[in-house]
Design a protein around this ligand. Structure first.
Ligand code: SF4
Length: 352
């Protein structure tokens, strides 16, 4: 099955292009204040290493807006300033050299204020995300949340277009899957601006990853979505890993390797969950070094019933028996590997 992507305008955020024929970009947020420059830069480096392509900062006050200048000097990744309530923070963030501004139409809506921000964006040549959230949507005329989100976005788009500005990205995040999917499906037919997908306030990391996968998966399968953020109550890099898994599972992007493993059952005689956890953790640290390499499919299977079959179909696979496994490469058995060395051996095979 091929996903036919919605045609959208291309928008440039620093060195990252979204929309048009560009790949669906991954973004996340730094989870400390921008004024804590050292911590912010550390989080950005971790995000970059994990494969994040755009980072966003909540800009709470003027100190945060000004600190972005220092952060920009020390980092390369495109930075988005997330502005609520006070439009002057957007102007200050633009002065600091950010690559995109996000405004919330629910709390910055006075025409004069919006016009000033748009003038700043035009002068800096950077885009605006019109970022609606179900928690702060102002529309009182529509009956249901998807309509409220869509109508508020369209109204705001009209105001911005009235200033002859079209360098726009749109997001319509609700806190539940059905409203989110419905809102994005509607707006996707009513404008050609790139869409930033996300579900807001998703809950625990496990529930959040599932909610985001269902909503974003449904939309991406429809060809809707140009950049995604998986919101998790967790460290930022986990948002990136979740986003990568969603895009890989739909064959929209490939990030170097795919790890598959069986769920285990009574036939499994090794700690397969422990092996997979360790392999996944160590693969993350070698992934940046493998960027230029062809993506691999790695199978880790718990027994000899389905194990060898799956392992043979992978580029590299291992099927375990009691305390040892049989290693496969391109479908051919290579050697017997002890349970204790198996992760080291797999990593060596991957690096070959
Ligand atoms: Fe069970 Fe073997 Fe299947 Fe794993 S591969 S789920 S251990 S039968």
């Amino acid at each position: 099955m091929l996903i036919k992507r919605r045609k959208s305008r291309a928008v440039k955020i620093g060195n990252c292009l979204i929309g048009g024929n560009n790949p669906v970009a991954i973004q996340s947020m730094v989870k400390c204040g921008a004024s804590e420059v050292g911590r912010s830069v550390k989080q950005i480096r971790e995000l970059e290493d994990s494969g994040c392509e755009i980072v966003r900062f909540a800009v709470k006050d003027i100190a945060d807006a000004r600190a972005l200048k220092k952060i920009k000097k020390e980092t390369k990744i495109p930075i988005v300033a997330d502005i609520h309530f006070d439009y002057r923070l957007a102007l200050e963030a633009i002065d600091s050299g950010v690559d995109k501004i996000r405004l919330n139409p629910g709390n910055i809506y006075k025409k004069k204020e919006v016009m000033e921000v748009v003038a700043g964006l035009k002068a800096a040549g950077i885009p605006l995300r019109i970022g609606l959230n179900s928690g702060s949507v102002r529309d009182l005329r529509s009956r249901n949340m998807p309509d409220k989100l869509v109508n508020s976005a369209l109204e705001y788009i009209k105001i911005i277009e009235g200033f002859r500005f079209h360098n726009i990205v749109v997001s319509l995040k609700a806190s539940n899957v059905l409203d989110t999917v419905s809102a994005y499906r509607k707006i996707s037919k009513l404008c050609d601006y790139p869409l930033h997908l996300g579900v807001t306030a998703t809950g625990s990391p496990f529930a959040g990853a599932i909610k985001s996968s269902v909503a974003l998966g449904a939309l991406l399968l429809d060809g809707i979505g140009d950049t995604i953020r998986v919101s998790l109550t967790d460290i930022p890099v986990r948002e990136v890993y979740a986003a990568k898994s969603i895009l890989e599972s739909l064959a929209l992007r490939s990030f170097g390797h795919t790890l598959i493993s069986c769920p285990t059952c009574g036939r499994c005689e090794v700690d397969l969950a422990g092996i997979v956890r360790e392999l996944e953790r160590r693969l993350v640290s070698v992934t940046p070094k493998l960027k230029s390499r062809k993506p691999l499919r790695i199978a880790v299977m718990g027994c000899v019933v389905n194990g060898p079959g799956e392992a043979k179909e992978a580029d590299i696979g291992i099927a375990f028996g009691k305390n040892a496994g049989l290693l496969f490469r391109k479908g051919r058995p290579v050697k017997k590997v002890s349970y204790l060395d198996c992760v080291d051996v797999l990593l060596k095979e991957i690096a070959k």
